[in-house]
Design a protein around this ligand. Sequence first.
Ligand code: ATP
Length: 342
Amino acid sequence: MRVLGIEGTAWCASAALYDAEADSVLIESNPYEPDSGGIHPREAAEHMSEAIPAVVDAVLTAAEDGYGPDAIDAVAFSRGPGLGPCLRTVGTAARALAGALDVPLVGVNHMVAHLEIGRHRSGFDSPVCLNASGANAHLLGYHDGRYRVLGETMDAGVGNAIDKFTRHIGWSHPGGPKVEAAATEFAADHGGDAPDDLLDLPYVVKGMDFSFSGISSAANDAHNDGVPVGEICFALQEHVFAMLAEVAERALSLTGATELVLGGGVAQNDRLREMLATMCADRGADFYAPEPRFLRDNAGMIAVLGAKMARAGDTVAIAESAVDPNFRPDQVPVTWRNDAES
Ligand code: ATP
């Protein structure tokens, strides 16, 4: 089976071809990069309408060159969660393509795709998943035919919380990689260790839920008070990632799971991966994070999960394929796992 995947929930216009038999994934992406500030929904949707045709065309051409005219067996698209104007553009493209190619349409939950790509690439059976993405932060575990939300942010997504600080200090979007670079430089200047007087920022964990809104404001205040940027970036990472490591460990402990997968754009951060790897090693659990092209928003993860869903007959009629900006991962009946009940 070969699936054309299309992703465009927020900033990344992306198309992919997944060949399930060869387990190979070709991804074409075109990011929206605002000149200043954060992601503007209307500009992002305009980007999608300009960039999606080009990335889809590149993938279709590669598919036809490699496999002939009937290369595509299904079209999968990210149905939500995400920015409504972007999702509608991508949904329209996916419906048109499925109709024109006369193949089934598959509506994929973007957050479940972040999780499933880690499960697929690791070969793990039933991991707890930490989704550390821009607009979201969830801990998910599988139970009784669904991925359940074990814990989640009570306000901002993890990447958005970091980006809020970088917007405040005038850095362009995305801020996460710049914070990582500044924090790494600060750590190197301190011999790789956290200073004894680590800048104190709000650390808010309640059970397996957590909050980032206070930490963004406190980081902004610290900058206004003249604390050096590198010191703030370092402390911001240490606090935010320690919160994520704490709740991930609690989820492993409460579920008895022995596998953790990481997903989402913030998962590209080396310090976050290091903390989670250390935590897992300390408790004898296995840890896996896919390579960066599968972590940030990408159509590869949509195509891979789309193929699993199509195989399970989990397709959607065009008339019923409306997008859902608030589509939660626990709304999705998991039809594609052997142990799924539905
Ligand atoms: P979602 O998947 O929830 O819809 P999203 O569409 O914003 O989120 P992602 O690609 O998952 O997209 O994540 C983008 C976020 O990842 C941005 O907030 C960006 O700052 C952050 N990010 C990217 N690289 C790094 C890094 N090295 N360290 C920390 N954060 C990073």
